[in-house]
Write a protein that binds this ligand. Sequence first.
Ligand code: 5GP
Length: 186
Amino acid sequence: MADFSFVEQDLAYVLLSEDDIKAKVRELGEAISRDYQGKRPMVVGILKGSLVFMADLIRSVTIPLSIDYVAISSYGRSTDSSGVVRIIKDLDEPIEGRHVLVVEDIVDTGLTLRYLLDNLQSRGPASLKVCTLLDKPSRRKVDIVPDYNGFEIPDEFVVGYGLDYAENYRNMPFIGVLRRSVYEQE
Ligand code: 5GP
């Protein structure tokens, strides 16, 4: 087992263990494989947060698929959504007539996803759905319900498994709640 003790002092507690995540990703992969049978979906990851989740998820999907990525401007170092969203890297391929499944790390206010979904919808996909690993429904500002959702979590700032604070912690294989002192001192 890799030693991630260097992050311990920054975490309030571990919210989801590596095993919790593995089991859930397998479950999501099975559901997606069932629902998209014969459709060869285009799985679209949102960089950088969904990178780790996406890599594991597609390996638990047992039907043909293609992948692509978009990169969206994030909060910078703040922990609150600005609502200002910008596409930094667009899809490589057109999605007209394709079954598109957007993979997100976490849906918080929903502002990021709302913007992206409206943008993608205007390109004429055959279908457009969302798979998120984490969901904080209590924080929602716009009406978005993910089609596939790994875990509903409380209103805490989490890091690990692709999720960062100031570009740190993405490489942790589990998800933890960041101590307030780490971001409140700045
Ligand atoms: P939304 O637009 O739904 O408020 O924000 C979605 C994005 O905000 C996520 O893709 C993620 O980058 C960031 N985000 C929201 N909540 C958290 C959190 O608890 N931890 C981290 N690391 N990022 C978050």
